[in-house]
Write a protein that binds this ligand. Structure first.
Ligand code: PLP
Length: 377
């Protein structure tokens, strides 16, 4: 059996261990320390939008804190893009709130502004104004932030941007994660850069960041003893993990370039295969990190099923994966309201994510190309 080709695997730059060693040498083996401060500063500089970043234990934790800081409590409704990973929606349930799911639109595969406004109006008419809007930049592709922000502002609902997959992506030259009241980043093992596990909350005021740090370190009041006036969480990033992050930030730009090259590689292959569309930026306004390259297979035009391509890859020990199953089709969210048509559902039926790692070799690419060419010939 040939070596496995992964969808997206960790890719170290080489300096990560130096920062981890520094943490050991200084005995900063704790959920705070110089690497945490340095990592936050590196991200702030990279995003280049005058933001304040709080490093946390996971992107999921960042989403949870963003909801809490938007005032979401038991019984509230929160709007969420349906086409996403479950971690975008689960924190709504952690708050005891209820998700309202929105379909995707065809260009960006992200939240449809038309369905969003329809949903807001309908929820208000039913007596409940949604407390927040969670928009996702799927596979690194920016959502239509101008349209979504305009609607959110019109109804005065805060936007939480799930940019877990979109570090390095921009919309109209502005970094994804910096548009909403809060932005969420993830450094899980499969993301464009990784700390093995971790996340960050992007804030626009020092006050918001301070509150996030306070809540993420058990909400301790300012007293010599342990005193608490609020429920706290243990969500702060460890100084060891942040050391990995500092090393990874040094090569983030290279990783974006390599993922975008993988995308170009697929564009070139599928140019000659009628009925397969590669997921591309709709206009110049969108700049995707192409965290994952993805295709949609038209079964009628190609005479081939998406699932059979996945199996052909598997036979050669190459990982590929159907697009995210929309949240409104998940058993766990079966009772949640949904607004839109069947765009997300069709993407799930016909879409496939392809190996996209920045560490794939020319030999890996040859194997991938061979499977595709053979399958469609
Ligand atoms: C990875 C991911 C998350 C969760 O991040 P973790 O760091 O794994 O908790 C949230 N949303 C999306 C869209 C993701 O891809």
């Amino acid at each position: 059996m040939q070596d496995k080709i992964w969808l997206s695997s960790p890719h170290m730059g080489g300096t990560e261990q130096k920062y981890v060693q520094e943490a050991f040498d200084a005995n900063w083996v704790a959920p705070l320390g110089p690497n945490v401060d340095g990592f936050e500063k590196d991200i702030e500089e990279f995003l280049n939008a005058n933001v304040k970043v709080g490093a946390l234990s996971a992107g999921t934790a960042a989403l949870h804190l963003a909801l809490i800081q938007c005032g979401v409590v038991y019984g509230d409704e929160v709007i969420c893009q349906s086409m996403t990973f479950s971690a975008s929606a689960n924190p709504i349930a952690y708050c005891g709130a209820n998700p309202v799911f929105i379909d995707s639109e065809k260009d960006s595969w992200n939240m449809c502004p038309v369905a969003l406004e329809e949903a807001i109006q309908d929820r208000i008419s039913k007596g409940k104004k949604p407390k927040a809007i969670i928009v996702v930049h799927l596979y690194g592709m920016p959502a239509k932030m101008d349209e979504i922000t305009a609607i959110a502002n019109k109804y005065e609902i805060p936007v939480i941007e799930d940019a877990a997959e979109a570090l390095g992506s921009t919309y109209k030259s502005r970094a994804c994660g910096t548009f909403g009241r809060f932005g969420v980043l993830s450094f899980n093992g499969n993301k464009i850069i990784t700390t093995s596990g971790g996340g960050a909350l992007v804030c626009h005021t020092q006050e918001d960041k301070d509150q996030a740090v306070f809540l993420s370190t058990q909400a301790r009041d300012n007293a010599p003893h342990y005193q608490h006036s609020q429920i706290g969480y243990n969500y702060r990033m460890s100084n060891i993990v942040a050391g990995i992050g500092r090393g990874q930030m040094e090569i983030l730009a290279d990783r974006v370039e390599a993922r975008r090259k993988m995308h170009d590689f697929y564009v070139e292959i599928f140019k000659y295969i009628d009925g397969v569309d590669v997921f591309c930026e709709p206009t110049e306004d969108f700049y995707s990190n192409h965290w994952l390259s993805a295709i949609v297979v038209d079964g009628k035009k190609t005479g081939k099923a998406r699932e059979d391509l996945r199996l052909a890859f598997l036979e050669d020990n190459i990982e590929s994966r159907p697009l995210w199953k929309p949240m409104h089709l998940q058993p766990v969210f079966a009772s949640a309201p949904y607004y839109g048509t069947n765009v997300a559902e069709k993407l799930f039926d016909d879409g496939l994510c392809l190996p996209s790692g920045s560490n794939l070799s020319d030999a890996d690419r040859s194997r991938i190309e061979e499977v595709i060419t053979k399958f469609f010939s």
